[in-house]
Design a protein around this ligand. Structure first.
Ligand SMILES: O=C(O)Cc1cc(O)ccc1O
Ligand SMILES: [Fe+2]
Length: 402
């Protein structure tokens, strides 16, 4: 059951094709029928727009003793935009589960999944082989790949889904040959197969145009004895990210922390970027070092894998989330503002023991009913973290004279 991986020589921005050598072809199954799954309805067009800053407390993981929930049953769509039909858009989902998928696999016809485990490692069996992915690692499972997820306890994570584009490494521009996420650190599985008959029925669940469908077959779909090609799932450990940042003054755009990007057809404007805020040194002089207060042309969905995010040390919790929509103002909470308005600017570790991330998108996202109501985790008091902000403006202040 362990994962056997090899280095992906190049993260090909144009993965086209893989050839899978199978024992039985995947066309051999009974017809698909729709299966009800209340929370995986990409119905973000059915809710009222919400221009507020939104924050969620950690999403509840079902207790094993109360209800067995596997990865597919525990998928919930939180927000998104665009749609799978026109092959342009994104979905943000969370998964909360406690049970392995047994004789069940999932296959997403709509887009690629970038999976960010937050609690509990997940063992993903794919048609290409197995990958163990633990918190602080991420993996990408592309459109159309069948996979099954084993879990080892109460498990939670985030998913960024993109329609009509694949993730690739960002252009490095003047950074040059190496830096940020390096190709050598991306791993893909080696072939693993089982020649297993399942007379009681093996269920293939297909996400198609935002709805789930299921069909039955009498054999395991993980019957690929060998494969070659460049269309493969892969994983990456975030600790390998080579952080580049400001070493003089000013605050760099967080795009400097881009791990992977799904480009749109407009140069410089992504369908979605996956950005991290890793442990690093803060050394900028003459600078308010935390994130600036801003409104911008992107939607910013943030999650926290572990630790304390530098702009909101409390309130924003591991396993929770926030959404700052296009042109909705946001920034550090009052504690961060006060502390960093007077802090001595000596070199300082930032985000030690922490891993926050952002799904940043040029799409204007809307929130599902599950996100606003059903999950019951919306933090109604979020706006209060900025209420006590006060001015430190002193018209008589001179540089060097405190
Ligand atoms: O809003 C946030 O916390 C994310 C963020 C971080 C940062 O350092 C600069 C801009 C930005 O949007
Ligand atoms: Fe922001």
């Amino acid at each position: 059951t362990s994962s056997h991986l090899k280095t992906l020589a190049v993260l090909d921005p144009y993965p086209r094709d893989s050839w899978l050598y199978r024992i039985l072809p995947s066309v051999k199954h009974k017809p698909f029928t729709s299966v009800p799954c209340g929370d995986l309805t990409e119905n973000w067009n059915e809710v009222e727009p919400d221009p507020n800053q939104l924050r969620w407390l950690p999403f509840t993981i079902p207790k094993t003793t109360e209800k067995k929930v596997d990865f597919v049953a525990g998928l919930h769509t939180l927000c998104g935009a665009g749609d799978a039909k026109s092959r342009n858009g994104i979905g943000v989902h969370v998964y909360t589960c406690n049970t392995s998928m047994v004789d069940r696999c999932f296959n997403n016809s709509d887009g690629d999944f970038l999976i960010v485990p937050q609690q509990g490692e997940i063992l993903i069996t794919t048609e290409f082989g197995k990958m163990m992915v633990e918190p602080n690692e991420i993996c990408v499972i592309q459109q159309g790949m069948r996979f099954s997820v084993d879990v080892f306890g109460e498990t939670r994570g985030y998913i960024l889904e993109v329609y009509g584009a694949h993730f690739e490494l960002p252009d490095l521009g003047p950074i040059g040959a190496n830096g940020l996420a390096n190709p050598r650190d991306f791993l893909c599985p080696v072939a693993w197969y089982e020649d297993r008959k399942v007379p009681t029925g093996y269920t293939v669940i297909n996400k198609y145009q935002g709805k789930l469908f299921a069909c039955q077959q009498d054999f395991s779909p993980f019957n690929v004895v060998a494969w070659h090609g460049n269309y493969t799932p892969y994983k990456y450990n975030l600790k390998n990210f080579m952080v580049i940042n400001c070493v003089a003054f000013d605050h760099a755009d967080p795009s400097i922390f881009t791990v992977l990007t799904a480009k749109s057809t407009r140069p410089g404007v992504a369908i979605a970027d996956f950005v991290i805020f890793p442990p690093r040194w803060g050394v900028a002089d003459h600078t308010f070092r935390p994130p600036y207060y801003h409104r911008n042309c992107m939607s910013e969905f943030m999650g926290l894998i572990k630790g304390h995010y530098e702009a909101k040390e409390e309130g924003f919790q591991p396993g929770g989330a926030s959404l700052h929509s296009i042109m909705t103002p946001h920034g550090p909470d009052v504690d961060c503002f006060e502390k960093n308005s007077t802090a001595e600017l000596k070199p300082q570790r930032v985000a030690e023991g922490t891993m926050a991330f952002m799904f940043e998108s040029s799409f204007s996202m809307a929130v599902t009913k599950w996100g606003l109501h059903t999950c019951q985790k919306l933090d109604k008091n979020y706006y209060q973290c900025w209420e006590p902000l006060r001015s430190h403006f002193n018209p008589n202040w001179k540089p060097g004279k405190q």
